[in-house]
Design a binder for this molecule. Structure first.
Ligand code: SF4
Length: 391
């Protein structure tokens, strides 16, 4: 049932209690400016601080072979590709040490989905390093980076089992897995996830729930504009909300706009229209008033300040050292320009850890090693100490 009146619906939204039917109605019918204004009011109510955060990171492209194929992806490489990455421990450490010099606090480990299941090259590479699986190697590299540099690992290695995530819990401040979308329709023939079994929403939800059972702070989010319907987009946000209500561990929701890339099957597909994406960002805030909502600034270089109006409170990871290997076509803006765009909207920019303050204070981190490193760089608010990082 729709709420009795528009004002009743808006008051439910402001109270964070919008029901499914009203959420769908709002997304399909509400003018964009009104939706953005509503999202801005909700952010103001639930996140009154005027701070917008970012995580100062290095991107460690551990292995970019992947057993799956998503039709929009340029991250995945084949063994003969000159951009193939299969990093050795000294290479990993060199990037982390460069990050430390630039006062980065996050070591983002990214891999393709279980490359050893498809490629002999990946199995030989892992064997030469003394490992049988990518996750085993990530665990060793997370330990190394934490021990030698104090950068806090955050791993994004696809759909992991509960046992695998437990292996990473003591060395990773948080883990990441994009839901992308909750619609199984996107796995049908001709759709972007047809050849990507790990993108089955049931598999992704299982990973997110297992992380919840382990009390691991999780980053997740949506890729917007890959062929989903507006209803599916809203359902995806509602599903993330439901998982968070059950486990309380979704530390941030990334809203990422699809941008077509050359040499992919979706090269000629239209980019997510700006108005649709802006509405999606606003809807994320309206559906999840208290959750941290993030938009990466590099995918909409000229307009990203507008996402602050739509209720975001974070820009995600930005690196002064490494490129965005997932979206190399879209360089990150400089931290000083992100700061200027943030201040233009009357906000201030602060560096955060790959672990949001409320999760640090909420006792999610039980590893003494992680806590010792966190205490060296965080202030009492849980953000990176003022003056620690420089541009
Ligand atoms: S998006 Fe991820 S799962 Fe899909 S092909 Fe690229 S690396 Fe593999």
């Amino acid at each position: 049932m729709l709420a009795d009146s528009a004002s009743e619906m808006l008051s439910h939204a402001l109270d964070g209690g919008l029901n499914r039917e009203d959420a769908q109605f709002l997304f399909s019918e509400c003018p964009t400016d009104s939706m953005v204004a509503l999202a801005g009011s909700i952010r103001y109510r639930y996140k009154p601080s005027r701070v917008i955060t970012y995580s100062r990171k290095v991107f460690i492209n551990l292995v970019n072979l992947c057993r799956d194929t998503c039709t929009y992806c340029t991250y995945k490489k084949e063994p003969a590709d000159p951009m193939l990455s299969m990093m050795t421990p000294p290479q990993v450490l060199a990037i982390a040490e460069a990050g430390k010099k630039f006062r980065c606090t996050e070591a983002l480990f990214v891999t393709g989905e279980r490359p050893e299941q498809k490629y002999g090259e990946a199995r030989s590479w892992l064997r030469s390093l003394g490992h049988a699986s990518t996750v085993d190697y990530i665990a060793e590299m997370s330990d190394l980076v934490l021990k030698k540099t104090g950068l806090l690992p955050h791993t994004n290695a696809g759909s992991l089992t509960k046992k695998e995530m437990a292996q990473l819990k003591d060395t990773n401040a948080s883990l990441g897995l994009m839901l992308e979308n909750s619609s199984e329709r996107l796995m049908q023939k001709g759709m972007p996830h047809e050849d990507a079994p790990s993108k089955n929403p049931k598999v992704r939800v299982k990973t997110l729930e297992s992380a919840g059972e382990l009390r691991i702070p999780m980053t997740t989010g949506l890729l917007v504009g890959i062929g989903e319907t507006p209803e599916e987009l809203v359902e995806s946000l509602l599903l993330i909300k439901k998982i968070h209500e059950e486990y309380g561990h979704i530390q941030e929701v990334i809203m990422q706009n699809f941008a077509p890339k050359p040499d992919t099957i979706m090269a000629n597909a239209p980019a997510a229209p700006f108005d649709y994406f802006l509405r999606a960002v606003a809807m994320a805030r309206i559906i999840m008033p208290q959750v941290n909502i993030q938009v990466p600034p590099n995918l909409s270089p000229s307009v990203y300040g507008r996402y602050i109006d739509a209720g975001i409170n974070d820009w995600g990871g930005i690196s002064p050292v490494t490129i965005d290997h997932v979206n190399p076509e879209f360089p990150w803006p400089s931290i000083s320009s992100v700061k200027a765009a943030t201040e233009d909207r009357g906000r201030s920019l602060r560096a955060r850890l790959p672990l949001y303050p409320e999760f640090l204070k909420g006792g999610f981190i039980t590893s003494d090693r992680l806590l010792q490193c966190v205490n060296l760089i965080a202030d009492e608010s849980g953000l990176v100490r003022e003056g620690y990082a420089y541009d």
